[in-house]
Every structure is written in C-alpha cells, then in structure tokens.
Design a binder for this molecule. Structure first.
Ligand SMILES: [Zn+2]
Length: 85
C-alpha cells in the first residue's frame, strides 16, 4: 500500500450541550496493483496535529512526491503509461 495523501482534520461531535473536538490525521492509502483505496482516521493529541500543521506551512494536505510513488514498480509502470515519467 502506498500513501496517497494525508489530511489533517478536526471533527466535532455534539451530544446535547457538550461538544467534543477530535484532532485527526486522515491517511489515505492505495494498492498499486488493484487500485483499492482505504483510509485510516488516526486521532492524536491536538498539540501534535498542530505541529504537523505548522510543518506543512499552515496547510492541511500532504501529498508524497511522484518520485516517492515510483519506488514501487507497479506504481512506476502505471505512472509511465500515463505519461507522468
Ligand atoms: Zn491490491
């Protein structure tokens, strides 16, 4: 499985008068052989998620570079057939 992207999110759960905020790193993975995609929602400490957010220059999304995906031979073959390499 290859990391496609990661998105930092804050989910709010309202129960009656109480609101709970969860800081989540959503990691999306894709199988280079069959193109199956899955996502893991990983809750973490707000401070840690904010640190990652700052390292992304204030953005919420991170995409690995194409050269990172091309380390997998199946992904590399697909990228080449699509003209990306
Ligand atoms: Zn697969």
């Amino acid at each position: 499985m290859l990391l496609r992207n990661s998105k930092l999110m804050i989910s709010k759960i309202e129960r009656g008068k109480e609101t709970t905020k969860n800081h989540i790193n959503r990691m999306n993975y894709k199988c280079p052989r069959c193109d199956w995609v899955t996502a893991f929602l990983i809750p973490d400490e707000p401070k840690y998620i904010e640190e990652i957010h700052a390292k992304r220059g204030g953005g919420t999304l991170y995409y690995p570079g194409i050269e990172e995906w091309a380390k997998d031979r199946y992904a590399k073959a697909k990228l080449e057939s699509l003209g990306y390499m």
